[in-house]
Design a protein around this ligand. Structure first.
Ligand code: NAD
Length: 499
């Protein structure tokens, strides 16, 4: 069995805390590795070394730093298949999906190649007599990234790339469920020229996270994960005087208007509801058809598509639609929620509870599940299921459907399928959700925009990646400079004694 290491100052280092956790092969249920869980001392030692490395990195001119990102991007491209395989091996998602995971992270690296422009300050010439005013963006120092299991390449890249581009050093604590991809990325980053110690990969659980939150050298924390942990981390980081941006869970709704292209809407729902086994913070987990007739047509379009879905291990080929859940606990929780949905009176249209795959009987698979007639008081509506379960809430009118989204406690993503521009505009303008799709089911913004939810899907005031990330990972210094009149007013041409 593989023992995974930390990556400190450019070297692989075994954990010394004596605590480990298992990394599973989700398709077979077997343990494939063990990952060390760092102690407070191990975290603090990594931070000390990062602080030393950060000073030299911040002093490296922006163009040279940009060149490291150019090479890093090239190396990610060259190693795309290896990285995707590492993602699939620990997460269980299909290889094409894993390539997308790497690709959407790579795109943030590409934006960081323009770091000299992104870090430019402002300048006001002659703000007063002989006075110029200018501001500069300076790095914070050592910052931390704490990431979830479900995007083992993309989200660590969303954290490390802008933070390091801005001249910081980063302590990255990836999910202990999917720890290996971060190590591979860190290796490639160093191969691209990143000095040792600027990126430290420290594995761990709550103990390591709390050590990060309490460490006085760490200036900022970028977190992505579930809402209760996001809220906890935001509170403790802020109390300790750190900047924090903490992105949490989601319950994303898709409205289907009577005039929507039903075939396209159904295709979109299948991809957004069941892709990656529903383990995406931008998954659509609630379909909201408007009108009974629309709902009936939607269910009729979904069922044959669901029946065709191929569920299996990523090794079974690129025609697999989705893989297993991450752990047995995750699988049991999803199965329990499906039971609860039935118990509370939702109509179970397709039942994924008894899914079994020959040769993979101990894998963490759940078959595609569709509920109809779900109501907001049911647990399957209230909780983020994070599994291949799509709930249909029938709405009588557009206003009812819109209000359902507005009243939901989460606000990560949402979508509307319609042929009517006026309805789409109204929806985009009035809905209180951070990312909106119009005839587009998973509206993850491209890397030169920014990503962030509203309400309980995010804590903090700036989004991740794009221009917001550069604001988050830098502080502004403003200089007011006055130069008194000098030699130009009276150059002395005569030879005269010193005053
Ligand atoms: P999680 O909250 O369990 O874990 C996220 C990170 O927090 C991990 O690194 C983990 O080690 C750490 N952690 C876990 N428990 C902790 C505790 N008690 N104290 C301190 N740290 C702790 O989340 P997950 O299961 O890895 O990821 C799935 C969740 O992430 C879902 O809710 C999903 O919606 C969310 N997510 C959100 C976004 C977004 O951008 N909004 C993106 C991806 C995933």
């Amino acid at each position: 069995m593989q023992e995974i290491s930390h990556l400190i100052n450019g070297e692989y280092v075994k954990g010394t805390s004596g605590r480990f956790t298992d990394v599973f092969n989700p398709a077979t249920g077997e343990v494939q590795g063990k990952v060390p869980l760092a102690s407070v001392e191990e975290v603090n030692a990594a931070v000390e070394k990062a602080a030393v490395a950060q000073r030299a990195w911040a002093a490296t001119n922006p163009q040279r730093r940009a060149r490291v990102f150019m090479k890093f991007g090239q190396l990610i491209n060259e190693n795309m298949d290896k990285l995707a395989e590492a993602v699939s091996r620990e997460h269980g998602k299909t290889l094409p999906d894993a390539r997308g995971d790497v690709q959407r992270g790579l795109e943030v690296v590409e934006v960081c190649m323009g770091l000299p422009s992104l870090l430019k300050g402002e300048y006001t010439d002659s703000a007063g007599p002989g006075i110029d005013l200018y501001s500069m963006r300076q790095p914070l120092g050592v910052v931390a990234g704490i990431t979830p299991f479900n995007f083992p390449a993309m989200i660590p890249l969303w954290k490390m790339a802008p933070a390091i581009a801005a001249g910081n050093a980063m302590i990255l604590k990836p999910s202990e469920r999917t720890p290996s991809t971060s190590l591979m990325l860190a290796e490639l980053f160093m191969e691209a020229g990143l000095p040792k110690g600027v990126l430290q990969v420290v594995h761990g659980d709550k103990e390591a996270v709390d050590a990060i939150l309490d460490n006085e050298t760490i200036q900022a924390v970028g977190f992505v994960g579930s809402t209760p942990i996001a809220q906890y981390i935001y509170g403790r980081a802020a109390t300790n005087g750190k900047r924090a941006q903490c992105f949490g869970g989601a319950k994303n709704h898709m409205l289907i208007m009577p005039d929507a292209d039903m075939e396209k809407a159904a295709d979109a729902l299948i991809g957004a509801g069941y892709g990656a086994a529903g383990e995406r913070c931008m998954a659509i987990s609630v379909a909201v058809p408007v009108g009974q007739e629309t709902a009936d047509r939607l269910i009729a379009a979904l069922v044959p598509r669901i029946e065709k879905l191929k569920v299996g291990p990523y090794t079974a080929g690129d025609d697999v639609d989705y893989g297993p859940l991450i752990t047995k606990q995750a699988m049991d929780r999803v199965l329990g929620l499906i039971d609860k949905g039935v118990e509370q009176g939702a109509t179970l249209v397709t039942d994924g509870r008894n899914f079994k795959l020959q040769g993979y009987e101990n894998g963490f698979f759940v078959g595609p599940t569709l509920f109809d007639n779900v109501t907001p008081d049911m647990e399957i509506y209230k909780q983020e299921i994070f599994g291949p379960v799509l709930s249909t809430v029938r709405a009588e009118t557009y206003e009812d459907a819109l209000n359902l989204v507005i009243d939901n406690e989460y606000g990560n993503g949402t979508a509307i399928f319609t042929a009517d521009g006026d309805t789409a505009r109204d929806f985009a303008s009035r809905v209180n959700v951070g990312m909106v799709g119009i005839n587009f089911p998973i509206p993850v913004p491209l890397s030169y925009y920014t990503f962030g939810g509203w309400k309980k899907s995010a804590f903090g005031d700036l989004n991740q990646y794009g221009p917001d990330a550069f604001r988050f990972y830098t502080k502004t210094k403003t200089v007011t400079a006055r130069w008194f009149s000098g030699i130009k007013d009276g150059a002395a041409l005569n030879f005269k004694p010193m005053d």
